[in-house]
Design a protein around this ligand. Sequence first.
Ligand SMILES: Nc1nc2c(ncn2[C@@H]2O[C@H](COP(=O)(O)OP(=O)(O)OP(=O)(O)O)[C@@H](O)[C@H]2O)c(=O)[nH]1
Ligand SMILES: [Mg+2]
Length: 308
Amino acid sequence: MAATENISEADFHCGTVALLGRPNVGKSTLMNRIIGAKVAIVTPKPQTTRHRILGIFTDEKSQVVFVDTPGIHKGGMQLNKNMVRVAYAAAEEADVLAIMQDASKPMDSATRTLIEQFATGRLTQPRIHVLNKIDCMDKNQLLPRLMMMQRLDPGAVAYVPVSAKKGKQTESLMKELIKQLPVQDAMYDPDWFTDQSQRQLAAEYVREQVFLSMHQEIPFQTAVDIERFEEIDGLIEIDAVILVGSERHKPMLIGKGGERMKAVGTKARLGLEKILDSRVRLNIWAKVDEDWFDHPGKLMDLGLGSDQ
Ligand SMILES: Nc1nc2c(ncn2[C@@H]2O[C@H](COP(=O)(O)OP(=O)(O)OP(=O)(O)O)[C@@H](O)[C@H]2O)c(=O)[nH]1
Ligand SMILES: [Mg+2]
């Protein structure tokens, strides 16, 4: 009988798994799916995740601490540089590297370069390649893609096709991940599922709605700062300021008669009431700040420093 088939308390596996990859491949979707809660916001736009977010999965045999990271990309602003630094720092510290790609698209050169970088780089942790979005790919393309991955990174310990969105094959992925984690006690209380504070979740839920409702470059120059977060008699009161990168963006965000801003607030509030399990009153304002995304001090204050 394989050792893993007869797990005693002494065989509890626990460790960190860095979710790495290009923007928009589905890292946050996968983490949310496995945790069973919207710990990290998800949008169809690249560069949605801006900082390191833990999602903690615990059952009787294991604790898997996922570290969701910003997509690895090139970008000239300090924000972009910080995001990429955060991703590489998470890779350095993790027990396992889960390197994710969108397998429904032909492999582009940036993805290939990234995979080669991890395959030949100095990090020695086990690598698992996660081929996501199989729900929207031609089944005949899967085997050639897996073979390509084996050629690109023959030293990886597994290559797992999944659909994060539909929850397909995520159990197989978990088995592969857990096998690679050290045998040690849980690091976090089993009731915890993220390291984010309620305040951070509030900022992220508002930003998600801004990302979903705005187009072109506007979301990338938008951040959310929570000025007040208070619980009074079972009601959470939140004051959130949406920073926009230019005077021109402000009326676009507010919308005609304040309609867009109102919709952003309502949707964010409904999501927050669910995850915080409380009634929420959310007040939001827009404020112009032309350089927050290129200003190290402001980025730090927003929780978007290079080590945050
Ligand atoms: N069809 C399909 N879409 C998916 C799947 N996983 C994620 N998506 C979609 O892909 C988009 C990006 O998902 P995210 O989870 O935000 O991707 P990410 O890698 O975290 O992106 P960044 O935070 O920008 O780096 C969203 O529109 C998701 O709904 C999947 O398995 N199938
Ligand atoms: Mg993400």
